[in-house]
Design a protein around this ligand. Sequence first.
Ligand code: PLP
Length: 397
Amino acid sequence: MSDFHPSHPELRPETKTVHVPRPTIEGSSPITVPIYQTSGFTFDDPAVMAEAMGRPDGAFVYGRYSNPTVRSLELAVSGLEGGAGAIATGSGMGAINTVLLGLLKPGDHLVAQRSLYGGTAAMINDLVGRFGISVTYVPEHDPAALRAAVRPETRLVYLETISNPMTLVADLPGMCAVARELGILSVVDNTFATPLLCRPIEHGADIVLHSTTKYLSGHTDVVGGIAVFAEAALHEKVWHFAIELGASADPFAAWLTVRGLQTLALRMERHCSNAHLLATRLAEHPAVTAVHWPGLASHPSYELAGKLLSGFGGVFSFDLAGGRAAGEKFMSSVRVALLAPSLGGVETLVLHPASTSHRALSPDELRRSGIGEGTVRIAVGIEHPEDLWADVTQALA
Ligand code: PLP
């Protein structure tokens, strides 16, 4: 028992029920990270408390600032990405907005790759429409286009290692080198690759983002995000904004994510090998006109992906010859795969990007992103590959 309150004979029952015992553990420690389900922390020394509130790596004070379970996730992902620190958030969009809103101000300009996750694209449209920020879109593989787009008021370039849903691979070394040379920050959404397939900081990125909802947690049971910073000073700067924004991660969500992370390497191997089998076979299927997976020689990012990634990822899209009707028929005919949003969990999920994840895009933006009416996205799970192939072929039939 830790202290005075719970057992002291002078205390009345009403007080004892409030101040329940808080055992301290001595001589052993838990193997797994405990869930610190507390909104705040108590101190013996007010000076220590005051000092802790000003630093991202200070003592734990208040849940919106930090929490030991959340810190465990931040340290784990930061370590995997090779960062100096991280901020875990309540969703992937929370991480994206913590970074964009924390770094941009009215009058600033950003450069972004053309093909972006729909939620990010919608947020950038909002920044442009309501916050007086301007944007130039460039192809993700074109450092010369980035160089031409940068202006004196440009603050950052926003990239995705592997884009959603067309799986275009960004030229991270080329784009990050130009960004560094011109004094702008490079921000990379690494959700599709995970730090097991690619670590953008090794290629010059300043900030790496994840929707931990996806592969890092891996079991379709949590929504979360994280921003990892290459430099401690940038981490601290954005952390001060993050505690004002209040998009912080919940300890239980962080705990689920840490638990999922422990099997990430095994799951990624299976996601990638299952995707390889389905993509190569679908490419030969008569009902399919194109398969967009960077592990196929026909994919525009094939060569770059071979150099940058240690695996080609578990998500791909394919176009059906029969257009939207064929896509809808396919999605309502799968039996093992589930018609559902999101990706990166153990289950295989299919969706129709044009009407769901990318519905915020105009017909013109959809066309420029290469997303057709008959495009289906498949987030390949870790089931037996032949069960998945049997399911896909019966649904195509
Ligand atoms: N980044 C990518 C690449 C995504 O696919 C998603 C969601 O699908 C997000 C960010 C947003 O993450 P969340 O849904 O956790 O907010």
